[in-house]
Design a protein. Structure first.
Length: 208
């Protein structure tokens, strides 16, 4: 039981870290808030992380009820979720979320009071890929300890993202934009492998 709990903890922590990508998210955060004061950046970062945690935990626990209401099997959701995660992974690998791409789209974020929700919380910290991953792990939880582990993982990864956002300037100096881009692509490859595994497990369960 203890080994299974540790294995579930390791799986959730790594998977959520890969899909949230705290380093990459911090680069986007720095780009969107570079004209703000340190106090404003801190307020927005905390607000985004708080909303993301609440959203992920809520969706994780009500998601199965939604699937049941819509008569969607868990295995079908695994296949669909895996495909969605693969798309997210492909975008990470191809660099579609590089912060440089946002500089030409600042007009989309003129209302700085709402950037904590969009695009920092959704889709960076709690986007479709993270929501899907959370729900997939919820469906794999078999007892109370698993649910506690999942909640711990969600909070831990979101606070990791918070630390990265608040220290975005230091991280940029340490890794550089090129280094952060390389890390994001490595994370994308790992996420692609995870997505394929979800699809394979879902199809295998439906066929056999």
């Amino acid at each position: 039981m203890e080994f299974a709990g540790f294995k579930f903890l390791l799986s959730t922590m790594i998977s959520l870290f890969v899909i949230v990508d705290p380093l990459g998210s911090s680069s986007v955060f720095a780009t969107l808030t570079k004209d703000m004061t340190a106090a404003e950046q801190k307020r927005i970062a905390w607000k985004a992380v708080t909303m993301s945690i609440l959203l992920l935990i809520t969706f994780g626990f009500v998601g199965q009820a939604i699937l049941s209401y819509m008569h969607i099997s868990l295995n079908a959701f695994k296949v669909a979720g895996g495909m969605l995660l693969f798309v997210a992974a492909f975008r990470m690998i191809m660099g579609f979320h590089d912060p440089e791409q946002l500089t030409s789209e600042k007009s989309a974020y003129k209302d700085v009071s709402n950037i904590a929700l969009f695009p920092i919380s959704i889709p960076l910290l709690a986007g479709p890929g993270v929501l899907t991953t959370t729900l997939l792990f919820t469906t794999e939880a078999s007892h109370v300890l698993d649910y506690a582990v999942l909640i711990f993982s969600i909070v831990a990864i979101q606070f990791t993202a918070l630390a990265c956002m608040l220290g975005a300037g230091k991280l940029a100096r340490i890794f550089g934009q090129s280094g952060i881009g390389i890390i994001a692509r490595i994370m994308g490859i790992l996420l692609a492998a995870l997505a394929v595994q979800f699809v394979v497990d879902g199809i295998k369960a439906m066929v056999f």
